[in-house]
Ligand binder design. Structure first.
Ligand code: PGA
Length: 247
């Protein structure tokens, strides 16, 4: 089954999320995709109650890189788990940039997520300058190596890698399907070198960056691609349902 992760970013109040979910779930047929909705923290509890037994997983957009204690404004793995969260996004480029999250912190976040039995959606991707100077693969390798440092091979089962070229996120621009395939191949190669051939085949890799119902058919048959991460396009229930229908 293809994976679909919806990242609501900093959109939707709890009441708006409730309305959205009632509308979406009344038209959603479970079983077609493996769907995770990553709503803001303040909507997680509502999502947990509305989505139970509906074939929709609750996701979060971030996790602290420490267990608990003196971390004003942060959210712990334990809190996410108790809110019904199954997957958490780590290393999104908006957080890497704005909150200066580096490889070390991302690695700690992943370990804490796994310790709390949460799955991880690890975002990696190059900037436009890196792309133009042919550094894409170097960047992917560096980001993956630092994020996955010290993990046991069996823990990769709980990780989904999201290839998200920074220049494509929220811009309406997308790579060519072949470029996505090449990046996915590179991601799998790094996993093969650092872990094993088997893990490189088994790890789930999705694409994110300006995916919508108009362009998804272009990408859905990309080789070795397990699904998608959508941002802007998930904010309208009808648009998200169309994307699911085309997957
Ligand atoms: P977008 O966002 O689909 O709006 O480009 C993707 C993301 O959240 O990474």
């Amino acid at each position: 089954m293809k994976i679909l992760i919806a990242n609501f970013k900093m959109n939707m109040t709890p009441s708006q999320s409730k309305d959205y979910l009632i509308n979406f779930l009344s038209r959603y047929e479970s079983g077609k995709v493996d769907l995770t909705l990553c709503m803001p923290y303040t909507s997680l509890y509502i999502e947990k109650f509305l989505c139970v037994n509906r074939g929709v997983k609750v996701g979060a957009q971030n996790i602290a890189d420490e267990e608990d204690g003196h971390n004003t404004g942060e959210i712990s793995g334990k809190m996410l788990k108790d809110s019904g969260v199954e997957y958490v996004i780590v290393g999104h480029n908006e957080r890497r940039k704005k909150f200066k999250e580096d490889g070390k912190s991302i690695n700690k976040k992943i370990k804490i997520a796994l310790k709390n039995r949460l799955g991880v959606v690890l975002c990696v991707g190059e900037s436009l300058i890196e792309r133009n100077t042919l550094k894409t693969y170097e960047v992917l390798k560096e980001q993956l190596k630092s994020a996955l440092k010290g993990l046991y091979e069996n823990e990769l089962e709980k990780i989904i890698v999201a290839y998200e070229p920074i220049w494509a996120v929220g811009t309406g621009q997308t790579p060519q399907p072949k470029e996505i395939e090449d990046a996915v191949k590179e991601i799998r190669k790094v996993i093969s070198d650092d872990f094993s051939e088997i893990s490189s085949k088994n790890i789930c890799v999705v694409y994110g960056g300006s995916v919508d119902s108009k362009n998804i058919r272009q990408f859905k048959n990309c080789k070795d691609l397990d699904g998608f991460l959508v941002g802007q396009a998930c904010l309208e229930p009808s648009e998200l349902l169309k994307i699911i229908a085309y997957m």
